[in-house]
Design a protein around this ligand. Sequence first.
Ligand code: ATP
Length: 813
Amino acid sequence: MPFDRKTTFDSKTAEQTRPGSAGTSASGKSADIAAEQAYVSTLYDRLDAERELVERRLTEALRSPGETPQAAAEREAASAAHSERLAQLKAVEQGLCFGRLDFVDGHDGDSPIYIGRLGLFDEDDDYRPLLVDWRAPVARPFYLATAASPQGVRRRRHIRTLSRRVVGLDDEVLDLSADEHSNHLGLAGEAALLAALERRRTGEMSDIVATIQAEQDRIIRAELPGVLVVQGGPGTGKTAVALHRAAYLLYTYRRQLTTRGVLVVGPNSTFLRYIGQVLPSLGETGVLLATIGELFPGLSATGVDTPEAAEVKGRITMADVLAQAVRDRQIVPEDTWEVTVEDGDVLVIDRHMCERARAKARATLRPHNLARRVFVDQLLDALAEQVAQRLESNVLDDLPEIPLTEDEEDSGPMLDTRDLATIRQELAEDTHVQAALQELWPKLTPQELLSDLLTSEERLASAADGLLDEAEWRALLRRPGSLWTPADVPLLDELAELLGEDDTEARARRERQRREERAYAEGVLHVLEQDDEIIDEEVVRVRDVLDAELLAERQEASSGLSAAQRAALDRSWTFGHVIVDEAQELSEMDWRLLMRRCPTRSMTLVGDVSQTSSPAGTSSWENVLRPYVGDRWRLRELTVNYRTPAEIMELASAVLADIDPELPAPTSVRETGVAPWQRSTSPDDVAADVRRWVEEELAALDRERGGGTLAVLCPDSLEGRLAAELAETRDAAGSDDTDDNPRVSVLTVDRAKGLEFDVVIVVAPHEIATASPRGKNDLYVALTRATQRLGVVHTAPPLPALSGEQKSASTSG
Ligand SMILES: Nc1ncnc2c1ncn2[C@@H]1O[C@H](COP(=O)(O)OP(=O)(O)OP(=O)(O)O)[C@@H](O)[C@H]1O
């Protein structure tokens, strides 16, 4: 029995709920719960007091008049800081304290420490820590200590609470005799972990802060710099780890990350909604959660590409196609152009003039819209020269020809540079000249260029010449007015770089603002220094710890908008750290965009190359990263599956082996004793049969677990039919425990990426597996979404991997 030396008891029975007790009596357990309740209540009192204080400060800040611009800025900064702190204090209400460590004699002053969602201190007792933030180094043994390596810990206690009430305690005594009996997966706080995993699922992910496991903790607390890749099979906690890492980094490297922000990229908006509550529940709100399709401010990418188009758009070759598409817009006319200017004169633009102007503009190596100035200058000079020559010859034509005498000199051109400048200015303002210049070297936005390109056979054929074959570039063609798709976003981003933006004025404005902020910060430092001198000349001078640059930065960071909010509005924002979930789905062009957003390459990439569905996604981390960081990246693996019970994983593993026998399947942490079922039906009856089976499963969920979620996962072709058939069942089942999300969902596999449900019914697996080149990966994803029960509905003969044939073939082979 793995539970020796582990004791679990709850407040209702005060009885141990696990076998092999450490021998605590029922009255002893009640006394323990009562003692912990008293401590936890003190913590909530402290929390309430702190909330009151911050609320008072916030009200005062909002009331302060802010008559001068300086006072108004101070007020805004103070209210933003107080509001953020208040949000943090409110977010930790549930599960404020979840752990306690008792140390062996002589270790850390012998007193236990309590671990929770944030740090609380006793102001009346020299700021003695009452509660330690889970991210603080001193809390680490809570996640890492084992009997073999106890790190001074004698007992680890998980404290279970419901609202503010202590409802149970799980104890582990860490001594070597316990190690003899410990589980083979080396789980910490096993009873608390299993209780968390057994919990009913809602449509929202929960945090795992109370039960983080050692292999996860090492990833969460890995150092900030560099690229860290986390590879792990389904259900190994990659998403959970990624989000807790964001919270840890914000806590540990607050200064660096508050100003630049953290970006978390997820595969789709359903997924972002699913994970949306985890960081706020950990008291962190300064993180931008986005899909790649949301990373071009002001654009909503709601269109859908064909798989062929998505694959081609994701290729790195598209960077060259786009560069060529930009060059194609810098025109040199075959024939001479005649431009009739506003006063009726006809000017000539010839090939030679354009070639020279274009060569000069390109030689600057500036982006298209910035190099345009050079092109325009060159051409205007040439045209002004043409006008000048014409004027001179007109004047000379009108004069009688008088030969020069011997002592007379040719007086040179009749028009001086001022005249030329005037002519040039008139030409620059002439609408016909402007139209010609716009045609030869147009000022372009990324949207204009991409839309022109994707709707024109001629433009595409030219830009793709030598880079894509005809079938490939034809896959990109679309009708004018089509919606933008997520795969367009990295292309638009690339074009934004190639085209550039003439932002001279905006930059001057920003520089002015920065100078003002710095001047303001200097003023604040001056005032603070005077205070210093009045109070105590011996104390460290303010300027020793703060300089105006830093203060200005803080001022900017706290001026109403958080870094995440500012980043969401700014395409060229660079983040302090970027976390990518389901990273295997990103295309080469997506990576190019992300690397631009993170020049320091401080990144955490989590994913599973066995789950890649996107035709543009990757099956090798090395291929993805080599162009950007060579081999300077670290790989960590997660090996334990916390979601999928062993019975379901056995079936899913057969599909994984069919994809590639070398790919390892993670080990399930628990069994449910319920084997997945498989039933067959005809394509005509599938909708009605699935409905019947869904209703049976819902009834079983209600009976056995008092509720829970169910998803039907199906190929695209069946989604509409099944959704219609299940509409009533879905309405009748109502919403999950969060009251927000329906209990029953019908989803295609790409929408179910990263999600989980208590029960999953996979319909038409053969169709899912054959619908795309990575269809078997999709099937593997679908089969690993359930936490309790799985059903498989066949509308064609079962795939060998699911019928067990493959297994028996390989066994007999
Ligand atoms: N240490 C833990 N304590 C409690 N629950 C955990 C722990 N680790 C993971 N889980 C739970 O296991 C489930 C799977 O985690 P998660 O979704 O992060 O896995 P994943 O590796 O991202 O899966 P996939 O690749 O299949 O999307 C979630 O319900 C998560 O809360």
